[in-house]
Design a protein around this ligand. Structure first.
Ligand code: ZN
Length: 74
């Protein structure tokens, strides 16, 4: 497994999420770290993923990054 640092300048935290831009839909999608590096995508650490907001005129769709709630799904 390759270490992938956060894309933000001067941030050395490991990435936990990938932000992908769909230019056709003006949609920014924040989801779990993608398996490979894609064009138009940015890896982000948890702190920067939290702070991410969509550019003006864009929608931001957040997927749940980690299952952090106690196992009450059943
Ligand atoms: Zn970061």
């Amino acid at each position: 497994m390759t270490f992938r640092a956060c894309s933000r300048v001067a941030c050395l935290e490991p990435s936990v999420a990938t932000l992908t831009f769909d230019y056709g839909e003006s949609l920014a999608v924040l989801g779990p770290l993608s398996g490979r590096k894609e064009p138009h995508s940015f890896d982000l650490c948890s702190r920067h993923a939290e702070r991410t907001s969509a550019p003006q005129g864009w929608q931001l769709m957040r997927h749940r990054l980690v299952a952090d709630e106690p196992g009450a799904n059943n």
